[in-house]
Design a binder for this molecule. Structure first.
Ligand code: FMN
Length: 332
């Protein structure tokens, strides 16, 4: 039957085939788009959305606190917004025990303490907002940002899997010591052991060492301010769409790439290389710029950028605590 279908398809004029694929693609993709648009417009799951806003904002502050050189007074508007969202969360009578809330309060307290310590006078609007949070919520405790050394950070690279896995963090501090290509190839070979759909291995790797290309990529990526320029290497992951068969396999490029990226991050960690994923959630214009810079063919999608380098002797990492298994799991 499948053979017959393929035979008929091959006999059809190309134009007809094109319209057939476009029709099935629209039908499938609309289904997904509708759910997303519905969620944005009609879904009033206010608790999820307020927790999302807490996380988005506290993460920017924890990143700022762990930059190679934190900029005094950084993130003014984010801090004000975070204080506001914390108070909104409280007014909704949601539990203080939720990670998003406890971490937001802790990060704001750290922000105030950091500026106190360096004797920096914060903008009045910021200090007024902080005052509403810092002296309240005495019983709310999250995790603090981590000061570490390269020796301490890599001490579990030969430990059993659980210790190894828990020891990796996103690192946003790098030296300019060159990462040799053979080491990067070793890491990529390990990442290649990641499973892929029918072993089709769609992920491709672009190693970027050229200073002007790194700069151009980082200029259009929106999550590397304060540390991206230190990266000795950028790794750009792409994936070949031609290895998918029909539109129902459309998520496989990103899914397979995600699995590949995780193994790659662990492989870099195993090789004592500090790394941080950098999102590629960009508009078409930026995507086109990246394609032009790296000569990415039309049948590949760009998935993710990873900044990396050997770390300095001492540095900070954001604690980025996780919810517990029981909080994210349903048993059926
Ligand atoms: C797909 C993806 C995109 C990310 N994008 C960024 C980014 O643009 N900038 C950044 O500093 N970190 C980025 N991160 C790193 C996350 O902030 C980090 O993984 C998260 O806070 C968990 O912390 P951990 O990696 O230290 O365990 C990204 C991570 C992933 C998985």
């Amino acid at each position: 039957m499948a053979n017959l279908k393929n035979k008929i398809k091959s006999l059809l004029p190309r134009r007809l085939n094109y319209w057939y694929y476009l029709y099935t693609a629209k039908k499938a993709v609309n289904f997904d788009i509708r759910r997303r648009v519905y969620d944005k417009v009609y879904n009033i799951s206010a608790a999820e959305k307020v927790k999302r806003d807490l996380t988005l904002n506290y993460h920017i502050v924890e990143k700022g606190l762990t930059m190679p050189v934190p900029r005094p007074g950084f993130g003014k508007q984010v801090v004000i917004d975070l204080c506001r969202v914390v108070l909104r969360y409280e007014s909704m009578n949601l539990p203080f025990s939720e990670l998003e809330f406890s971490q937001s309060v802790t990060v704001l307290k750290e922000y105030a303490a950091f500026h106190n310590e360096i004797g920096f006078e914060l903008d009045k609007e910021v200090s007024d907002s902080l005052a509403k949070i810092v002296n309240r919520f005495d019983n709310v405790h999250g995790t603090h940002q981590i000061q570490t050394t390269a020796k301490e950070y890599f001490k579990a690279i030969n430990a059993p899997f659980d210790a190894f896995c828990m020891s990796r963090f996103s690192v946003r501090s790098y030296t300019n010591t060159e990462i040799p290509m053979p080491v990067l190839y070793d890491c990529i070979d390990l990442a290649q052991k990641s499973p892929s759909f029918c072993n089709r291995q769609p992920t491709r790797v672009h190693i970027v060492k050229s200073p002007h290309k790194k700069e151009a990529i980082l200029a259009i990526q929106n999550g590397n301010r304060g540390f991206g320029h230190l990266a000795e290497t950028l790794i750009v992951l792409t994936s070949i769409i031609s290895v998918t068969k029909d539109i129902h396999e459309r998520n496989e490029n990103h899914l397979n790439g995600g699995m590949f990226a995780m193994t790659l991050l662990n492989a870099l960690h195993f090789n004592k290389i500090a790394a941080c994923s950098l999102n590629w959630s960009v508009d078409n214009e930026k995507d086109m710029k990246m394609r032009a810079l790296l000569n990415v063919p039309e049948n590949e999608v760009v998935l993710l950028v990873i900044s990396c380098g050997y770390p300095p002797e001492s540095f900070k990492v954001a604690s980025s605590p996780r919810k517990k298994a029981m909080e994210i799991t349903k048993t059926h």
